[in-house]
Write a protein that binds this ligand. Structure first.
Ligand code: HEC
Length: 173
């Protein structure tokens, strides 16, 4: 019995002893196996250089969002009848459901909103600057109870400007 224990203990000692020696040898000595495989160390490769235009810094939605509305101008000047015509088409695609065919806020979907969609031919809306109207359509109305949906991801910027021109062209009732 005692002999068996000595044999087992001896075997374990030999096994773990050999294991430690091999591990230490592999890890710390130049001729160990860990030194034979290629190892890429941190920062060994040069950092990739990004293309100049990989990050947009001129134009783009983020700048529109940040801009003071007073400094936002439509790219369409002069505003031709054709642009207003296109704005009209876009209105009847994107705004009709809520603001209605008569632009008075009586659209079918809009009736479930509180506050109700605004009459786009009201004096207030018609007096709204183009830049501000563009931002309202794009990012919603800047009020806690503002219910105008943010449509920046739904409508292209140029199309939003066309809609603004169309709404403005309607004039006050
Ligand atoms: C899902 C319904 C919905 C859609 C679609 C919608 N609107 Fe509105 N809109 C509203 C509601 C509701 C209000 C009232 C907002 C408020 O007073 O909080 C509003 C308000 C407005 C206002 C007035 C903002 C102000 O200063 O009070 C303008 C201008 C406007 N919408 C333009 C548009 C245009 C242009 C479109 C299409 C591109 C459009 N809306 C699409 C629901 C909608």
């Amino acid at each position: 019995m005692k002999k068996n224990l000595i044999i087992i203990f001896g075997a374990l000692t030999v096994f773990f002893g050999a294991y430690s020696v091999i591990t230490l040898h592999d890890t710390y000595f130049k001729w160990g196996r860990m030194w034979q495989t290629p190892a890429v160390r941190p920062h060994e490769d040069p950092i990739l250089i990004m293309d100049e235009d990989a990050v947009p810094v001129h134009g783009g939605e983020a700048l529109y969002r940040k801009a003071d509305p007073a400094t936002l101008y439509s790219p369409f000047s002069p505003v031709t009848a054709e642009i207003i015509q296109e704005g009209s088409k876009l209105y009847f695609t994107f705004c009709l459901q809520c603001h209605g065919p008569n632009h008075d806020g009586q659209g079918t979907v809009g009736q479930s909103f509180a506050p109700l969609p605004t009459d786009l031919r009201s004096a207030e809306v018609q007096a709204t600057g183009e830049g501000l109207m563009f931002k309202e359509i794009s990012y919603g109305v800047d009020r806690p109870d503002g219910r105008q949906p943010a449509l920046a991801t739904t409508i292209f910027p140029d199309e939003r400007w066309k809609i603004v021109h169309y709404v403005k062209s309607l004039g006050e009732r």
